[in-house]
Design a protein around this ligand. Structure first.
Ligand code: NAD
Ligand code: MG
Length: 402
């Protein structure tokens, strides 16, 4: 028999950077959490190793062709964990009655369908997968409201904002003047804009402060990560785009801030360790040990800040403004931007395009795609596919020209 306060957790994307950190936190609190299921895209060996430690009831891979491999490896490990496979299996798990809490740690729009299922099923939904909210937007929020789900931010900036806001969301729109997201500026913060043409994937993935998956690392280097986070903040906190701001803060100590109408600013600080926002999401409204080191103010050097319109940042990071543009454009534009960016980042990682082509492809796709307003998940997924096709054409087009 489980205790009343025991949360049964599904970790979507358990083999990734956020997934591994989530399991690290959960392992510290066996009295509070039991892992019901773990999922991965295709890395069966890593998934089975996690199953040996956490003994979940179910393990699933999105790649349907790997079901037999998963089944035989679970069996060989002497586990009773039930193997499942296919994108449908992940979506079904997100709505399963045996699950209380869903950690959404898939990367990209691939996480949208399971997130929407968890929202509709009224789960406690811990959102690391920012792309799902960027694509889903108001339809995602409708699903949360209709299902009675509790949506909790895991992105460090949004966790910081959430921790700096009053408890009652009904007061946010009247009390808050501005939400200010901090951005490290990534590995190229002080590079000459023209030097960015020659950047390699390895350079782009070497983030100065955080160790993360490759897609978000490239997004941090272009600052498209902050653009996606601005859109994420708009939906999580309900403020209009002109009350959302970004400031560059290279040390990543201040994780973000809320400015109130009396000009008071409340911030959340900490070492750059994702286990803090993960533990906060898991334990909210309480707090519990995360395993992270606290800040040591005696050894902390200066905290510095740079405006987005200073130091050549607008030339270096042209993608940042696309967040405000897409939020002011018709609903669906953020989905288009996200799809283009996913295709462009992958093309850059595959060394098919240059680093600076990512922005060109994002702009060209936003400009070229005519679409009608999406009304449901199916519309969003269709729009996502259409934008990917167009972005891929832009990649090909650029290659043909080069
Ligand atoms: P990652 O690449 O390390 O891990 C991604 C996980 O998703 C893996 O388990 C992978 O198997 C799974 N996955 C990938 N494609 C899938 C698909 N098509 N279907 C099902 N599963 C799939 O990425 P990450 O760094 O852990 O980031 C995960 C999400 O969290 C992203 O949206 C990212 O923006 C966000 N996030 C990450 C960090 C961080 O510190 N890593 C911080 C804030 C937000
Ligand atoms: Mg972040």
């Amino acid at each position: 028999e489980l205790g009343v306060s025991m949360q049964r957790v599904l970790v979507l994307g358990s083999t990734g950077s956020i997934g591994v950190n989530t399991l690290d936190v959960i392992a510290r609190h066996p009295d509070r959490f039991v892992v019901h299921a773990l999922t991965a895209a295709s890395r069966v060996d890593a998934l089975v190793a996690q199953c040996m430690q956490f003994q979940p009831a179910v393990a699933a891979v999105a790649d349907a062709a790997r079901l037999d491999e998963l089944a035989s490896k679970l069996k060989a490990a002497g586990l009773r964990t039930q193997p499942q496979a296919g994108a449908q299996a992940l979506t079904a798990l997100a709505a399963a009655p045996e699950v209380d809490t869903v950690m959404a740690a898939i990367v990209g729009a691939a996480g949208l369908a399971p997130c929407m299922a968890a929202a509709r099923a009224g789960k406690r939904l811990l959102l690391a997968n920012k792309e799902a909210l960027v694509v889903g937007g108001e339809l995602f929020l409708q699903a949360v409201a209709q299902g009675g789900a509790k949506l909790l931010p895991i992105d460090s900036e949004h966790s910081a904002v959430f921790q700096s806001l009053p408890d009652d969301p009904a007061t946010w729109s009247t009390r808050v003047a501005k939400i200010i997201l901090t951005a490290s500026g990534g590995p190229f913060r002080d590079w000459a804009p023209h030097a960015l043409d020659a950047v390699t994937p390895a350079q782009a993935c070497a983030h100065p402060n955080w160790v993360m998956g490759r897609k978000i690392s490239v997004d941090s280097a272009t600052m498209m990560n902050k653009a996606l986070e601005l859109i994420e903040a708009r939906y999580l906190f309900g403020l209009p785009p002109d009350q959302l701001d970004v400031v560059i803060h290279p040390q990543s100590v201040v994780h973000s801030m809320v400015q109130y109408h009396d000009s008071s600013v409340v911030a959340q600080l900490g070492t750059p360790d994702m286990r803090v926002p993960i533990a906060y999401g898991l334990s909210w409204p309480e707090r519990m040990a995360s395993g992270a080191q606290a800040l040591d103010f005696s050894s902390l050097s200066a905290l510095t800040f740079e405006a987005l319109d200073s130091h050549g940042h607008e030339q270096r990071f042209p993608g940042m403004r696309l967040a405000w543009d897409a939020l002011r454009a018709p609903f669906g534009s953020c989905a288009v931007l996200n799809a283009a960016n996913e295709v462009a980042v992958q093309a850059f990682l595959d060394e098919r395009i240059r680093f600076t082509d990512i922005h060109r492809i994002n702009v060209a796709t936003l400009d070229a795609l005519d679409f009608s307003r999406p009304h449901n998940l199916e519309d969003l997924l269709a729009l996502d596919r259409e934008a990917r096709c167009l972005a891929e054409q832009q990649v090909q087009h650029g290659l043909a020209r080069a």
